[in-house]
Design a protein. Structure first.
Length: 148
């Protein structure tokens, strides 16, 4: 039950980020559509990896699949923002808004990778390593400085 709730919160967070990004999109190209299909694949894959969590005690592959999916989902949002930054005719977002979103995506990728490293190096901690995500605001500020 707890893995379901965690996954639900994460999917909701990704959906909100996606919605905030696409509120300014005016036109969709075939390439952008395929990027979104790839992002959607990572979202619909989440229930599968959620169901796998806890099936086998202390299985490193489960952790790689679950947290790796989170990394991939964040990565696809980053790819979307990069594509939109290169195609300003498709949207009304400012460069600063896109850069801010990129810093959020990058900070999430880094923190998910840290969580994965914690889960693999300290198996007893497991998915509790995802609590590093509470550092997203701090990591995002650092990434924003790096992107300037």
């Amino acid at each position: 039950m707890q893995s379901f709730l965690i996954s639900f919160v994460l999917i909701a967070m990704f959906w909100m980020l996606h919605h905030r990004l696409f509120v300014s999109v005016k036109r969709i190209t075939p390439a952008l559509m395929w990027i979104m299909v790839a992002w959607m694949l990572t979202i619909v894959w989440m229930p599968v990896v959620t169901a796998l969590t806890g099936q086998v005690a202390d299985d490193a592959l489960q952790k790689v699949l679950y947290i790796g999916t989170l990394v991939t989902t964040s990565g696809m949002l980053l790819v979307t923002r990069i594509y939109l930054a290169r195609h300003p005719d498709l949207h009304g977002a400012s460069r600063d808004d896109l850069r801010l979103g990129m810093s959020i995506d990058l900070s999430m990728i880094v923190l998910f990778l840290v969580a994965l490293a914690i889960a693999l190096v300290f198996p007893a901690v497991g998915y509790l390593g995802l609590f590093v995500m509470f550092l997203t605001g701090t990591a995002q500020k650092l990434m924003a400085r790096m992107l300037r």
